[in-house]
Ligand binder design. Structure first.
Ligand code: AMP
Ligand code: MG
Length: 423
């Protein structure tokens, strides 16, 4: 990369704030506070998509439980492969679900279908397209035929007694199938984490009502609802809380009696009506409230009584960025998920110059696209103001720019976090 990534002297960094934590530091700190819930329940695998396993699932038997054919073809013993041309007599057929009873002798073969159990007297399968059959006779060239080929081995998927699915795994469609292949109908999972969320601000109007002068619609609760919905949580929407410390305190006290996690938006900056931080200190603990990131400088994390609390910024883009970068990960860990690696980042060259001041880590909204020459590039969605929510609807990725990085030119490579892989 270029010298844009070397840190300039502090007095030359426009955006430097000595009181704010770096994103990495904040992640490390949050991590120390996150103890997963212990409540579990047994549920049907059919209903278990995206839930988190609460115990190791051991394989009671091997999968597959017997050697079986990977092809529709003919099974025979590899000691027949002694002449360049092999001729065998087909003495029977074996189908999936109908094991063959009997013996295969020298010079004999069996017609065999995919998934059928390999009888003990044969060890090799040749696919039907590779043989010539006339009546009960098959002929094929021995060259290229390998002893033991086209057989799926017992235990090649899962060996007996091994951990098929580890505790703390999020159950994907593949896990559902895998657990079912072990004959299990139900699975022990963590109960959903309880999350209460609300918006703060005197300017907010619920959708469906007419806007008064100076009012805006409360959009954050809707983005948050969407963000939370992808995580299998038990959510309570507590509505809009006015910029009134008594009201806010009441809501905090009520919410913390039920919720494992409380999430609010707005009221965490340093304006006169920003009471959230003061109340956190009064009712619980402020762990941090200012980060060297953009958007999302005011992001409060701490405790309200026993509940974890995330005070997200008010700006709609900042809500989403801080959720993706901090809250989502924390909610997964608290839900019992064991996360071994963060979301992967990939590198793309910039299609256009982008502006950035050193001093904060930035998550710019970007679009990864293919140009007419078929090359993959990334560009900014345009206006990066943290109030421009359309930047999030247009984007398919975050362009992740490290704290010390400055403006970058077209053609330089940047790290990107894609929003969706296969969904
Ligand atoms: P605050 O952090 O409370 O000062 O809010 C920062 C900016 O975000 C202000 O322009 C607010 O009007 C806006 N904002 C705060 N909460 C919401 C919300 N729930 N929906 C839309 N915009 C909001
Ligand atoms: Mg506000």
């Amino acid at each position: 990369m270029t010298n844009a990534f070397t840190l300039p002297p502090i007095n030359q960094i426009d955006d430097y704030d000595p009181n704010s934590l770096s994103v990495d530091e904040a992640r490390r700190i949050i991590h120390r506070y996150l103890t997963p819930i212990t409540r579990t329940e047994e549920i049907a695998i059919y209903d278990a998509l995206y839930r988190i396993t609460a115990e190791d699932i051991l394989a009671p038997f091997a999968v597959p439980d017997h050697d079986n054919s990977a092809m529709d073809g003919y099974a025979f013993h590899s000691r027949e492969l002694v002449t360049p041309q092999v001729s065998l007599r087909v003495v029977g057929s074996v189908y999936a679900g109908h094991p063959f009873v009997g013996e295969i002798h020298a010079g004999e073969a069996l017609r065999i279908m995919t998934g059928a159990v390999i009888p003990s007297s044969v060890d090799t399968v040749i696919m039907q397209e590779a043989v010539r059959r006339e009546g009960e006779q098959i002929d094929f060239a021995a060259q290229g035929v390998r002893a033991g080929q086209n057989i799926r081995r017992r235990g090649e998927d899962i060996s007996q007694g091994s951990v098929a699915v580890a505790r703390g795994s999020q159950i994907t469609p593949a896990h559902m199938g895998l657990i079912a292949s072990l004959g299990m109908k139900s699975v022990k999972v963590f109960q959903p984490l309880k999350v209460a969320f609300f918006s703060t601000g005197d300017e907010l109007t619920p959708v469906g009502q007419t806007l008064e002068a100076g009012q805006i619609y409360d959009s954050n609760r809707y983005s948050l609802k969407g963000l939370l919905s992808s995580l299998n949580l038990e959510c309570r929407d507590l509505g809009i809380v006015r910029d009134n410390p008594e009201h806010l305190k009441h809501v905090f006290n009520e919410a913390s009696q039920w919720a494992d996690v409380i999430i609010s938006s707005g009221g965490v900056s340093v304006g006169d009506a920003d009471f959230v931080k003061t109340l956190m200190a009064e009712l619980g603990q402020v762990v941090f409230w200012k980060l060297a990131m953009k958007p999302g400088r005011p992001l409060a994390y701490g405790k309200i009584h026993q509940s974890h609390f995330f005070g997200l910024p008010g700006n709609p883009v900042a809500v989403m960025v801080t959720f993706y970068q901090f809250v989502q990960h924390a909610l997964r860990l608290l839900s019992g998920q064991v996360i071994t690696h963060r979301a992967p980042q990939v590198r793309y060259p910039l299609a256009e110059n982008i502006k950035k001041a050193p001093g904060r880590m930035e998550f710019q909204r970007g679009i990864v696209f293919q140009n007419e020459q078929g090359e993959w590039l990334v560009k900014s969605t345009g206006n990066q103001s943290s109030g421009v929510l359309s930047s999030m609807t247009q984007a398919n990725c975050f362009i992740v720019l490290p704290m010390e990085c400055g403006s970058l030119n077209r053609g330089e490579w940047v790290e990107v976090e894609l929003f969706n892989g296969i969904v």
